[in-house]
Ligand binder design. Structure first.
Ligand code: ATP
Ligand code: MG
Length: 337
């Protein structure tokens, strides 16, 4: 008998345009899983609305992300590509899990603390932002995912999903697979170009802090040119030079080389030459992705076909687990005709 494939689930939320951090820390890592595992890759629009979004822009970004997924090498004939809100099981499971999560564990989530700290004074914080890790637990658990490939910033949330799963399994009976985060080696955390002590994020207000996957070459050159470095002036891979270290990590993640090799090839050379090289490496990587993504975005009907098919496949898998959850907590099933 053929062995059942392990299941992979991951997602990006359309809270901004996809950055190089999302591409290297998440998408690029997802591609390699497609042959070995059964993969579900989602566009997490319900997560995006935990902070207020411009509706028209949000809809546009969802399609853009799908186009970038496909252009980067996610194959919709192998993997299930879908939009989170098209699969109602996510929201339904999320409520059941909310009732099995506790305030204390949610209060300890560092992402919540970071995100609320960034909000301006007097901005009201949505309960959705607080609860978002539970929705993420639902995203993972309703597919019985074994692996969740994410950047290191999301590791804590995957661990929470695991804790909630374990608790549910022991309270009711075995229901969920316990998920495990898979963190990429070189691109676990791509840092902000303007402040290399924090993570590059698509929702940042400062456009110079990130590279977007769809940034044109001249914009990439300009942003890398402006990236904050230091006064040492020598290309080293050390925590004392976090800006330079980050740029080296970007090269390593794209070229699949070791930091020492990059340092050696820039011996005796300055930051100008180094940054020019970094920009060209990024441009070379992103150009084919941009070309394909822009092509896909000219024919919305193909994208519609892909996400419709994806939602059907995802719903089929998720609903099976959701039914189990509903039954175990004691919800009376409706008569289905
Ligand atoms: P936001 O600022 O709205 O939270 P984000 O850039 O953090 O946006 P998410 O949608 O929260 O993006 O995360 C999507 C995926 O990208 C996750 O797997 C996350 O770990 C990964 N990721 C996000 N930023 C980085 C980064 N700077 N380096 C590596 N991986 C990242
Ligand atoms: Mg994030």
């Amino acid at each position: 008998m053929e062995e059942k494939k392990k299941i992979v689930l991951s997602a990006i939320k359309p809270s901004g345009e996809i950055t190089l951090g999302n591409y290297l820390g998440a998408i690029k890592n997802w591609i390699g899983f497609q042959d070995e595992y059964e993969c579900f890759y989602c566009i997490a629009d319900l997560h995006a609305i935990t902070v207020r979004q411009e509706p028209r822009l949000l809809r546009k970004r969802v399609l853009e992300i799908l186009a970038i997924y496909i252009a980067s090498g996610l194959d919709y004939t192998k993997s299930t590509l879908f939009v989170q809100s098209h699969v109602p099981a996510h929201s339904e499971a999320s409520w059941i899990l909310t009732c099995n999560a506790n305030m204390g564990e949610l209060s300890r989530m560092t992402q919540y603390k970071d995100k609320t700290a960034k909000l301006k004074e007097n901005t009201s914080i949505s309960a959705g932002l607080f609860n978002y890790p539970v929705l993420m637990a639902a995203d993972i658990l309703i597919y019985n995912a074994d692996f969740v490939p994410v950047g290191i910033d999301q590791k804590q949330h995957v661990e929470l999903a695991r804790d909630i799963a374990q608790r549910f399994n022991s309270s009711y009976s075995d229901t969920f697979t316990l998920p495990e985060a898979k963190i990429p080696e070189n691109a676990a955390k791509i840092m902000d170009l303007q402040d290399p002590s924090k993570k590059m994020s698509k929702s940042d207000d400062n456009q110079n802090s990130y590279i977007l996957v769809l940034d044109p070459p001249d914009v990439i050159r300009r942003k890398i040119g402006r990236a904050v470095t230091d006064s040492v002036g020598v290309v080293n891979y050390t925590d004392e030079q976090p800006g330079v270290k980050n740029l080296i990590n970007i090269i390593c993640a794209i070229k699949n080389v070791k930091p020492d090799e990059v340092v050696a090839s820039f011996e005796g050379k300055g930051y100008k030459e180094f940054k020019e090289y970094v920009a060209e490496v990024i441009i070379e990587e992103l150009e084919p992705v941009q070309k394909k993504a822009n092509e896909l975005l000219t024919d919305k009907s193909k994208l519609e076909e892909i996400y419709t098919e994806g939602a059907m496949k995802a719903s089929y898998a998720a609903t099976k687990v959701l039914r189990k959850m509903q039954k175990k907590v004691g919800l009376l099933p409706p008569v289905r005709k």
